[in-house]
Design a protein around this ligand. Structure first.
Ligand code: CO
Length: 223
């Protein structure tokens, strides 16, 4: 069977199974989506949003790009966030990084891969900002883990800084922004201590989360 043919066959089997288990599922879902979550994650094939949290279609609005980057001029990401916040009224936005992220590893290795180097410069900016925590004397795996965590936090802060999220908070809309990280090796998601529900909470929460990370890393270093 060709690999493409297999995808169609799997799709048909899946649709039939879901319909059998939940009669009318697709019909109901086709009328309207009302997701409570916007997931901003990495394009990595190993980090599929709904599968990781074991939830049905219709629950999570998703935006993925290489290394889960949120930049202020990316119309794609901004449009997704705007639609999710203003039209769908999601209650949570989570930026979900993952350990072992190839894009983030490439930044640390100063790898040249073409056009994507320019995109990954935004992760490079995170590395520059936190260079004290990413000391070259540390093992590569440690620096890689750390930059994956820091990047998720920084990109979540970028979400908070958008006029979309700021305006939602200003009009009293309930909206929380989170930074998570996913472990490819065990399938577990970890909270990075960012849970921001207002403009005023952003800066103190950010400092708190960074302090907690630094503290955890210190104890890991000592162990
Ligand atoms: Co990745």
């Amino acid at each position: 069977m060709s690999e493409i043919r297999e995808l169609f066959e799997r799709n048909h089997a899946w649709a039939e199974r879901i319909e059998h288990e939940h009669p009318g599922f697709f019909q109901r879902l086709s009328q309207q989506q009302a997701p409570a979550f916007l997931w901003i994650g990495c394009s990595d094939s190993r980090v599929p949003a709904t599968q990781i949290v074991d939830i049905d279609p219709g629950t999570i609005f998703v935006h993925r790009n290489v290394s889960n980057v949120v930049i202020h001029t990316d119309l794609n990401a901004l449009s997704t966030i705007q639609f999710a916040v203003d039209a769908l009224k999601v209650r949570h936005i989570m930026v979900v990084g993952h350990y072992g992220c190839g894009g983030i590893g490439a930044v640390l290795e100063h790898k040249r891969m073409g056009l994507i180097d320019n995109w990954l410069r935004h992760v490079g900016d995170v590395a520059v900002r936190h260079r004290a925590l990413l000391d070259e004397s540390l093992p590569f795996a440690t620096r890689h883990d750390r930059l994956c965590e820091l990047n998720a936090i920084e990109q979540a802060m970028n979400v908070c800084a958008t006029n979309i999220v700021q305006d939602a908070w200003a009009r009293g809309q309930s909206l929380r922004v989170h930074a998570w990280i996913y472990g490819l090796q065990d399938g577990h998601i970890h909270d990075l201590g960012i849970d921001i529900d207002s403009a005023q909470a952003a800066e103190p929460k950010y400092r708190e989360a960074l302090a907690a990370l630094a503290e955890r890393w210190r104890s890991e270093d000592a162990a």
